[in-house]
Design a binder for this molecule. Structure first.
Ligand code: ATP
Ligand code: MG
Length: 474
């Protein structure tokens, strides 16, 4: 709107100034010319009648005056030094006194000649005739001189209506042109501002909609390069928001689902115990044990969820220190060895001596713990699991390999997603929620590392974690 106004003002004002100047020039030119012509005519007439006026030869004077008035196409009056009109070719004002400005100026000797234009209606003396009251006239007063100096004034009243009319026509034309141009400028300004501001209003409308919660709206990409870029960036942001919103909803519904399962199980067990008072002590204890196990599982899930949300909010702190990776690897394996032994699984470790890196000790430990935990979970009793810690080029590498069930190729790209499990039924049995690997991936990323997996169905899997030498310190 401001652009529009500015544009309109600039065009309007400049043209207004030009029009005023132009009409001023035209009128000046026309008047100057007329003034000179009238002045010359009046002087000639004055020179011609002066001797007769001085001699007071009435008849001769009247005739010459009449002739001159006719040839000059105007009205002539002769005024004596007292301001009294002695002759009037219209024969209407003879004998009256006049105080017309131009006459007075000549009579008082202020100038030898005076000129002025007059609008009609001030007095009888101004009119060319009774009927033509409405005419514009010009007064041209010239002094008449005789032997004894100034003897009177000759007043030449000429019609300037024609000139006024043409001047008015010019003015009218200029005003018309001005109006047309102003209108065109206004329309153009409106049109231009539409083109210029449309993308912006579109964008702000989109933003308003999105502000109200509709994340699917997108801004149309058009306009100048900057505006297109703005719309594109905005759309990219909107898409990001939409997908975040979707995954959050997904996450919440998955989480509630996962939490409901152990709760349902516990409720069934609890009710069984409650409504069977005569239940054998042994059976009762078994139920209690199962319930305890479910509670542990529930706690585990809730902990995992908390960890994930905290990592999402980037509110987890990194307690970076120099970590002895060799010791950490051996410790973690030792921690899990009893469980492996219970299932007759062979858990071996091969850690290169003296490897250190900057990182968060407990988070690094959790990465390895989760990977070994998975390897054991998804490997049959009596299987083999090997953990390797090495240094490759400028990186520290963990490899956790098993000869378990493996992962179908189609699932490989999904296993790091939250709640993703290859075999839903089976891993529920083993107690998995599908959060372990997504936590692992986040923790690895926090250490600027990468994780990859190779797997063959029924042959086994191998997870590889690679940390750049400097780890989190980088
Ligand atoms: N070593 C492996 N061998 C075969 N499949 C695996 C292995 N590791 C992970 N998977 C598959 O990837 C899925 C995701 O693993 P993840 O650790 O994220 O979840 P989980 O082990 O099922 O549950 P959680 O770790 O949260 O208790 C598993 O359900 C499993 O199907
Ligand atoms: Mg797991």
């Amino acid at each position: 709107m401001e652009i529009l106004l500015a544009f309109f003002l600039i065009v309007g004002i400049s043209f207004g100034v030009a029009a005023t100047n132009l009409s001023g020039l035209v009128s000046e030119y026309l008047f100057d010319q007329r003034k000179r012509e009238d002045g010359l005519l009046a002087e000639k007439a004055a020179a011609a009648v002066a001797p007769f006026f001085e001699a007071a030869s009435g008849e001769e004077l009247g005739r010459i005056l009449e002739e001159n008035a006719q040839s000059m196409n105007g009205r002539l009056m002769l005024i004596d030094p007292d301001g009294k009109i002695q002759y009037d070719t219209f024969n209407r004002l003879c004998g009256r006194r006049t105080d017309i400005d131009e006459v007075v100026r000549v009579l008082t000797g202020e100038a030898a000649g005076a000129y002025g234009t007059h609008r009609p209606g001030r007095g009888v003396a101004e009119a060319m005739s009774g009927e033509e009251n409405a005419e514009n006239v010009a007064y041209c007063a010239t002094e008449m001189t005789g032997g004894s100096g100034r003897i009177g004034v000759l007043l030449f009243v000429s019609r300037i209506q024609g000139m006024m009319d043409s001047l008015n026509t010019v003015r009218l034309q200029l005003i018309t042109v001005f109006a047309v141009i102003a209108l065109a400028a206004l329309i153009l300004a409106l049109f231009l501002s539409q083109i210029l501001t449309k993308p912006i209003t579109d964008l702000s409308r989109t933003m308003r909609k999105m502000g109200k919660g509709d994340l699917t709206v997108r801004a149309p990409v058009r306009g100048s390069r900057e505006l297109r870029e703005l719309a594109e960036n905005y759309n990219a942001m909107a898409a990001q928001l939409e997908s975040m919103d979707k995954s959050r909803n997904q996450f919440v519904s998955n989480a509630s689902h996962e939490l409901r399962t152990p709760l349902t199980t516990m409720k069934i067990m609890l009710e069984t115990v409650m409504y069977q008072p005569e239940m054998p002590q042994e059976l009762r204890e078994e139920f209690m044990g199962d319930m305890n196990h479910e509670i542990d599982r529930l706690t585990g899930i809730v902990n995992d969820l908390l960890t994930l949300t905290r990592m999402d909010n980037r509110s987890v702190e990194m307690h970076t220190e120099k970590v002895n990776m060799t010791a950490l690897t051996e410790e973690t394996v030792r921690l899990l060895t009893p469980a492996a032994t219970q299932r007759k699984q062979h858990l071996s470790v091969n850690a290169r001596k003296g490897l250190e890196m900057e990182g968060d000790r407990s988070k690094l430990g959790q990465i390895l713990y989760n990977l070994i935990d998975n390897a054991m979970k998804y490997t049959a009793d009596g299987g083999h699991i090997s953990v390797l810690l090495t240094e490759e080029e400028d990186a520290i590498v963990w490899r956790v390999r098993d000869n378990g069930v493996g992962i179908p190729a189609g699932d490989l790209e999904h296993i790091f997603e939250r709640f993703y499990r290859v075999d839903k039924a089976r891993s529920r049995e083993t107690g998995g929620t599908g959060l372990g690997l997504s936590i692992v991936r986040q923790l690895v990323t926090m250490h600027q590392g990468t994780i990859s997996v190779k797997s063959e169905l029924n042959q086994g899997s191998e997870f590889t974690v690679t940390f750049p030498r400097k780890g989190a310190a980088r």
